[in-house]
Write a protein that binds this ligand. Structure first.
Ligand SMILES: [Mg+2]
Length: 283
């Protein structure tokens, strides 16, 4: 069965939206665009010439402060327009977490029990905790499951600026920390290893790190999404069902932090924080 990959490469999506043939770029479009993308316009006069892909890549490189290293890998600058935007979101999340922690403490002192459960924060992983800029450059922004899985297995990605520190801060404020990714169960070990490597100092066991197992999902996901070939959930519904399960275990998710719009629909979090990511879209 041919499927459009769950994660849509930036260049491939740009080409699909443009509705034109690609030539001379080396970029490939795999499969058909997902139904959630806007239908291509049929009247050529309605469509202005899109930004040239080469110029778009240049903009993205400038945004990240990209530098090519001697070994061919790419680094993002510690100070860049990207890290400035990340810092803005991180600081807003930090402020909200501090306030939420104080409210929970006040409630506990007044009532002797936490209202609405134990405070917790849920975070996505790719481009929320671990940066994929180097991978995207290595593939010319054209995601493929195999090349990305090979890359993830190295467990050598750098952090999204300031995010491990935010996680440790939240933990210090009494928050339980959950990581929720749509990546498959078979990369659990490198995900946990890489998160620890970038400085996360919170539990990374199965109760705190959630990956997607479509073949043999836990009962709460089987009810919401099915299993195997009968799996019905897109990334947003998978994540909402998992947040609902976390809440059912007695937690109040005071914040949900991610880099994709699909990280947030479906509720089960008091407030959401969206980090920047111009490289691809996950539906
Ligand atoms: Mg992500």
């Amino acid at each position: 069965m041919t499927r459009w990959p769950t994660r849509i490469a930036g260049l491939a999506a740009t080409l699909a939206l443009g509705g034109g043939a690609a030539y001379g770029t080396g970029a490939a479009v795999a499969g058909s665009p997902p139904s959630s993308l806007p239908a291509p316009a049929h009247r050529p006069g309605d469509v202005r010439e899109p930004l040239n892909i080469a110029d778009l890549v240049t903009q993205i490189d400038r945004y990240y402060g990209g530098t090519k290293n001697a070994d061919g890998s790419w680094s993002a600058a510690a100070e860049s327009p990207y890290t400035r935007d990340v810092r803005r979101v991180e600081q807003a999340a930090r402020k909200h977490i501090a306030e939420a922690a104080r409210k929970h403490t006040d409630e506990t002192a007044r009532k002797g029990a936490r209202r609405g459960g134990k405070p917790a924060v849920v975070l996505d992983v790719d481009d929320t905790m671990l940066l994929t800029y180097d991978y995207e450059k290595s593939t010319n922004f054209t995601y493929a499951v195999k090349s990305f899985t090979d890359y993830v297995r190295k467990a050598d990605r750098g952090p999204v600026h300031g995010m491990p520190e935010l996680v440790n801060y939240a933990k210090g404020k009494g928050m339980e920390i959950f990581f929720l990714t749509a990546s498959a169960e078979d990369v659990r070990a490198p995900f946990a290893k890489n998160l620890a490597k970038v400085g996360v100092r919170t539990p990374l066991d199965r109760a705190h790190l959630f990956l997607k197992d479509k073949v043999d999902p836990p009962a709460y996901l089987r009810r919401a999404c099915g299993a195997g070939d009968a799996w019905t959930c897109d990334g947003a519904r998978y994540k909402a069902a998992t947040r609902k399960y976390i809440e059912s275990r007695g937690y109040d998710l005071v914040a949900s932090i991610g880099d994709q719009a699909s990280d947030f629909p479906g509720g089960h979090a008091d407030r959401t924080f969206k980090l920047p990511n111009p490289m691809y879209r996950v539906d």
